[in-house]
Structure formats: C-alpha cells, structure tokens
Design a protein around this ligand. Structure first.
Ligand SMILES: [Zn+2]
Length: 101
C-alpha cells in the first residue's frame, strides 16, 4: 500500500463520496530480532506445519515478532491455530469488494 499512494488516495475519496464506512488495513508487522517492519510471511516448516517467518532475517520465534491480522471481522495480534493461519495465508491483499455490497 505504501508503494501506491495514488491508489490509496483514490480509494479514500471513493469511500468518502459513496459508502462512508470502510477502512484500510496495512500489514505492519514487526520483527524484534532484526527490526524488519513489513509483512511477516506464513511458510510451512519441515513437518508441514504453518509457521510465521521474518522475510528479512528468517526469525520464526513468535515471542520475538508482532503480527496483526484480521480474522472473523476483528483485527487480532495473538497467533492463531493452524486452520485460521491457513485462512490468513490464502486470503489475498486485494480490495475486498464483498464488504462494499
Ligand atoms: Zn527479522
């Protein structure tokens, strides 16, 4: 989102002129090991378990990272079970038009 400010502004104007009730969420995760500020990735470990990994330093210690994601309509910062993590992994970062209807 930070790489396309024009699109963000256009979306904000559209929201203001039409539905008035909408929001933009950024993925501003933080790695406490290396200071990375961006999107912590979900990857599979050697046993097929989904884990969170810093794309910058490879840190996978959940006690040393901050992750916030929207699940079930709420933004959470706790870590989730495998099913919910899979759901987060598969959700796209595009505009969710279903919520505009
Ligand atoms: Zn890191």
């Amino acid at each position: 989102m930070q790489n396309n400010i024009q699109a963000v502004l256009a979306l904000m104007k559209h929201i203001y002129k039409t539905i008035m009730y909408a929001e933009l969420n950024t993925k501003s995760d933080f790695c406490q090991v290396c200071g990375y500020d961006g999107e912590i990735q979900i990857v599979e470990d050697e046993h097929g378990k989904l884990i969170w990994r810093c794309p910058n330093c490879g840190n996978t210690d959940q006690d040393k990272m901050n992750v916030a994601r929207r699940t079930c309509g709420y933004i959470g910062t706790q870590f989730w079970n495998q099913g919910r993590t899979q759901e987060i992994k598969e959700s796209s970062a595009s505009v969710n038009t279903a919520s505009l209807l």
